[in-house]
Design a protein around this ligand. Structure first.
Ligand code: TRP
Length: 326
């Protein structure tokens, strides 16, 4: 029995890493069983900050999609599509932009933050300011009620609800107010203990072969105060332990006891983690290899996804035009 309708998406950033998997993707895979799901490659959103170099956009879309499918998103269960293939998102974005006060967008914390962080980049653009309006359109055009996202996206969800409320008030009740669904998984750090990010070069990619994963696990930073195995360790400062937390909560307690009690050394603990990681990555790699030998697969998944998403979006737009008397 369907609980409701989910929409989520990511900007195409190329190959995904274990942090993406633990934080979002693994959760999406499970949600497919209980909800009606739509998962979207947000290529228009990528333009809001990356409009000046679009050379990799198609390749990034392709790589992300292959990772999605390898990790278990299933085009038979979910609608998997690319934002720019469903033009209704753009029409709704235009119409919602008419009823969205500038102040709402200017006050958005992610907007202010990004302006500062990307200060070397010219992003004082109309499209960038309107990022949350486009995101609201993505959600509302399918009347999705549940949106699994990371904490960083909560201000956008809040705006989506405000925009929905304003539309319903100005015209006629049309949109449900979409709720965020946060995943409970703690953030996976990069192998150096900092935030996992491609720009730091500290990621484990879903497509990394086992030998590479072994190198990366061996390079992980553990408790620096621990010299000998018999020294009591401090799991809370250890990167390896953070991986157990994110990926294998069932062994967490025993790992902590063994580490604090000096019963397991870092080398052995890493060996165990490597096994855990390879158990997770094995089936993903297997599916990746199967996909690689099917030419045109990504294209056909996107085509099939757009064919399912488009009529849903078109139905909502017919209602929206009627409500606005357009
Ligand atoms: N803003 C999201 C991100 O950067 C991507 C996104 C675009 C999205 N449209 C969406 C997420 C709609 C959820 C729902 O991660």
């Amino acid at each position: 029995m369907a609980k409701g309708r989910i929409l989520s998406g990511n900007r195409p950033t190329g190959k995904l890493h274990l942090g993406n998997f633990a934080g979002a993707l693994a959760n999406w895979v499970k949600l497919q069983e209980d909800y009606e799901c739509l998962f979207m490659v947000a290529d228009w959103h990528a333009l809001t900050t990356g409009y000046d170099d679009t050379s990799e956009l198609k390749e990034y879309t392709r790589e992300m999609l292959i990772d999605w499918i390898s990790a278990g998103l299933d085009p038979e269960k979910s609608v998997i599509f690319r934002q720019s293939d469903v033009k209704e998102h753009a029409e709704l974005h235009l119409l919602l932009s008419m009823i969205t006060p500038l102040g709402w967008l200017e006050r958005c914390p992610t907007y202010k933050e990004q302006l500062q962080q990307l200060s070397g980049k010219e992003i004082t653009n109309y499209g960038f300011l309107g990022y949350p309006v486009l995101m609201a359109s993505d959600i509302l055009v399918y009347k999705a009620d549940t949106v699994p996202v990371g904490e960083d996206q909560l201000p956008h969800l809040e705006l989506a609800r405000e925009i929905a409320r304003r539309f319903n008030y100005l015209y006629t009740p049309t949109f449900p107010e979409p709720q965020a669904k946060l995943s409970q998984v703690p953030l996976l750090p990069g192998v150096d203990g900092r935030k996992m990010s491609k720009s730091y070069g500290n990621t484990i990619a879903l497509s990394d072969p086992p030998e590479r994963v072994r190198e990366l696990v061996n390079a992980m930073v553990t408790d620096p105060e621990r010299i000998r195995k018999s020294d009591p360790g401090h799991p809370d400062v250890c990167t390896v332990y953070a991986y157990y937390k994110g990926l294998a909560p069932e062994v967490l307690e025993s790992r902590r006891e063994e580490c604090e009690g000096g019963q397991i050394g870092c080398v052995a603990c890493k060996r165990q983690l490597l096994k855990t990681l390879l158990d997770i990555l094995g089936p993903i790699h297997e599916r990746r290899h199967e996909l690689a030998v099917q030419p045109g697969l990504v294209e056909s998944i996107l085509e099939q996804g757009a064919a399912k998403a488009s009529p849903m979006a078109a139905r909502t737009m017919a209602e929206v035009r009627e409500a606005m008397r357009i």
